[in-house]
Design a protein around this ligand. Structure first.
Ligand code: F3S
Length: 396
């Protein structure tokens, strides 16, 4: 790979330990993927923040990097394993809380903005069309590439941090326009609306893509409209079930693509099958969670409307970014929602928080939430619309 003088200096340690280690990671990645050069990035999103996933080895590595490492571009953070301010009320173990704080402090020392959200694009880390960025977090990567039209590979925690600490990423994969063309088309026949249905569509298409051996980017037609919440639900789902980092949606996403030869028709039967697979028969629901990906102001406002004057009978969480909740506080949505017995869990989510064993069954409008709720936390799952999630929460 052709390196600039600055990149060579970083590699030789002239810009400190963290920049040197980071450049070594990026250089190795570039070699593996036959990149010819590196490109400056304008934005980074870092994942791998929960102490439950990092453990002491991960924390040791972060502490080493934080000794002299400082980010060179706007860098934000994925959800942590707990609400950083309200962890006690959510039943988090004090020992875990102490370690999680050490992790977040190490990131903050590197000047990473501790947003702790998987929707950075809702809270100020919003690149524009065509910008090269380095994001981790599969749902956010899919949103950035597809909905915004920025360019990023699916970074892991270390490679995203390396990009932040150097300001560069090797040019391969989704950074190259030739790799951003659709390979297969899906024509969606049924009309789809709401986060739950867009999640089902993401699973239906993702399952088909996952069964293919070659790298596939879909062009999706037949969707007349989708709001940001529906698109974030779709991104999370297709990224989870299909490993998709980029899709095109005719009339709704900004990237240009050639029209592929093969078209698969998505029917009501595909959506029904996806729904059946996410709904376990006889699931015993004792936990309702909304906000995977993190809930937007529109969703929180709507929940406030739905629960005004009522009271939930089951443990119910809304997971969201703290800045989003702060505006909800100002608007009185939080007061209405908390009066209904629902808890806010900022900075975290029902997948990365250490809640395995605390609940039997999860009800959510998120197809991704079902996948990880079942796979990681062994919850039985019920997947339904936002309105039905609230109904479930209100039921004895
Ligand atoms: Fe975000 Fe957690 Fe879902 S990181 S996309 S809320 S699994």
């Amino acid at each position: 790979m052709q390196l600039t003088q600055l990149q060579k200096d970083m590699l030789e340690g002239k810009h400190g330990y963290a920049a040197q280690k980071s450049m070594e990671i990026l250089n190795a990645l570039g070699d593996i993927f036959n990149a010819k050069e590196m490109v400056p990035v304008t934005s980074v999103q870092i994942a791998g923040v929960s102490y439950a996933n990092l453990g002491e080895p991960g924390l040791d590595w972060l502490a080493q990097m934080a000794q002299d490492g400082r980010v060179r571009v706007l860098t934000t953070l994925n959800p942590a394993g707990m609400d950083l301010e309200n962890w006690k009320a959510l039943g988090i173990d004090p020992e875990f809380a102490k370690n999680q704080e050490r992790v977040v402090n190490a990131f903050a020392k590197m000047d990473i903005i501790t947003t702790c959200t998987c929707t950075p694009y809702l809270v100020g880390n919003l690149p524009h069309f065509g910008e090269h960025i380095a994001w981790a977090e599969s749902s956010a990567v899919c949103f950035a590439n597809s909905v915004i039209g920025a360019k990023t590979n699916r970074e892991g925690g270390p490679s995203a941090l390396a990009a932040a600490l150097t300001g560069f990423t090797p040019v391969y994969g989704y950074h190259l326009d030739k790799n951003r063309q659709a390979h297969i088309a899906f024509k969606v026949e049924p009309s789809v609306s709401g986060t739950a249905q867009f999640g089902l569509l993401g699973k239906a298409i993702g399952d088909i893509l996952d069964s293919k051996t070659e790298w596939t980017i879909p062009l999706i037609t037949g969707i007349s409209t989708a709001n940001t919440d529906e698109l974030k639900a779709f991104c999370a789902s297709i990224a989870t079930y299909g490993g998709t980092a980029l899709f095109h949606m005719e009339g709704l996403t900004p990237n240009k693509t050639k029209v592929p030869q093969e078209t698969i028709i998505i029917t009501k039967a595909h959506l029904k099958k996806a729904e059946e697979e996410l709904n376990e028969e006889g699931a015993v629901i004792d936990f309702v969670s909304i906000g995977c990906p993190h809930a937007s102001l529109r969703e929180i406002r709507y929940i406030a409307e739905l629960v005004d004057g009522k009271h939930v009978k089951k443990e119910t969480w809304i997971t969201t970014a703290r800045p989003t909740k702060q505006v909800a506080d100002r608007m009185g949505y939080t007061k209405t929602i908390e009066a209904a017995g629902i808890k806010f869990a900022c900075d975290t989510c029902c997948v990365v928080a250490p809640i395995k064993g605390r609940f039997t069954g999860l009800c959510t409008d998120s197809a991704k939430g079902c996948y990880y709720g079942h796979g990681r936390n062994k919850f039985q799952t019920k997947h339904c619309s936002l309105e039905d999630c609230i109904e479930e929460a209100l039921r004895e």
